[in-house]
Design a protein around this ligand. Structure first.
Ligand SMILES: [Zn+2]
Length: 340
């Protein structure tokens, strides 16, 4: 397991038993020590480019202290407050204000009377966050996404209400009362390698239509119902690139809150080099040696040439780990040759 991967360093105890205790939850919701993040339509609240946590007595940010009783009253009335977990017995919540219109959120922000406070898009703000903050917000964003899509019962269409601090919803129709729980969509992501009889191994990377030109990445896709993870890897690689794979091995996983996936990373061996691309998905694909990948540019670089995936992604972890293993293997070959 690689704990350096973004979204994988959760510092909070999810307190999954305590959150079912309504009295405990009410105590934490009204406690002056509890910490609240604010979310509005894909964005979290920042003050001077720093993620803002509010308590009912003042801001945790010691550079500025203010009281926000009225602001909290407004926010908590949106019914979008979700419990995230605890740290040192302090409870953390995320408060979803997305129900507010542009004008309403503008008024709400004005009530804070704080300069340089604004909502920033989560994905664009990743560079402003510590790995722990990114993990908490990723968790919060995924729960908010689920809450917003589960306001009505999937069984009968009646309204649902949130329970257990926002981790369960129950249908309000007396004849139905169906329970609903947060969903995670599993997706497989795989580095496909080919080892020729002689010469260096190569890996398959592709340009996807959904990313900028010359941004190369591994193949990936959602797991179908009734399918094992290994079957999903083999199917996706065959569908997208026309390549048969064997020896499929798990490497690592990463929650991916855009909107609520779990990326499950694998390495697999190709049976041959011939490609037959699914043109609806891929712009191009090619085989690369580890040595060639060293010359790739970074994601977002304003320079011509092929680029690697974002550093926070599991695609990049798979590529970096594969390159490292290739260089280590060739160093061992050279060391052995020198001994002989
Ligand atoms: Zn129902």
């Amino acid at each position: 397991m690689n704990n350096d991967l973004t979204f994988c360093q959760m510092p909070l105890d999810r307190a999954s038993t305590l959150r079912k205790d309504q009295t405990w939850m009410q105590d934490k919701l009204s406690s002056e020590d509890s910490c609240f993040y604010f979310f509005w339509r894909g964005k979290f609240l920042y003050h001077q480019q720093k993620l803002t946590i509010f308590t009912k007595k003042n801001s945790i940010d010691t550079e500025s202290e203010y009281t926000h009783a009225e602001v909290f009253t407004d926010a908590l009335h949106t019914n979008g407050t979700i419990f995230l977990g605890t740290s040192a017995d302090i409870a953390y919540f995320v408060c979803d204000l997305s129900i507010m219109t542009d004008d309403e959120i503008g008024l709400w922000l004005a009530k804070l009377v704080i300069e340089n406070i604004k909502f920033i898009d989560f994905r664009r703000s990743l560079s402003l966050l510590s790995p722990q903050q990114a993990a908490i917000l990723s968790y919060g964003k995924a729960l908010i996404h689920w809450q917003q899509s589960a306001l009505h019962c999937g069984g009968c269409g009646a309204k649902t209400k949130a329970l257990d601090g926002g981790h369960r919803r129950v249908c309000l129709d007396d004849n139905c009362q169906k329970e609903h729980f947060p969903r995670t969509d599993p997706a497989v992501i795989m580095l496909v390698e080919y080892q020729p009889k002689s010469g260096p191994a190569v890996c398959l990377l592709a340009e996807h239509h959904r990313t900028p030109e010359q941004a190369f990445s591994t193949l990936a896709g959602f797991v179908d119902p009734g399918e094992s993870l290994q079957e999903a890897v083999a199917r996706e690689v065959l569908e997208e690139a026309g390549v048969h794979v064997t020896n499929i091995r798990y490497v690592d996983s990463q929650p991916w809150p855009f909107p609520n996936s779990l990326m499950i990373g694998f390495i697999a061996q190709a049976s041959g080099l011939d490609l037959c691309l699914e043109e609806e998905e891929l712009r191009s694909a090619a085989w690369f040696t580890a040595k060639q990948l060293v010359d790739f540019k970074e994601w977002g670089d304003d320079i011509e040439g092929p680029k690697l995936p974002r550093k926070e992604s599991i695609a990049r972890l798979l590529i970096d780990a594969w390159c490292k293993s290739q260089f280590e293997a060739s160093a061992q070959v050279i060391a052995k040759a020198n001994q002989e």
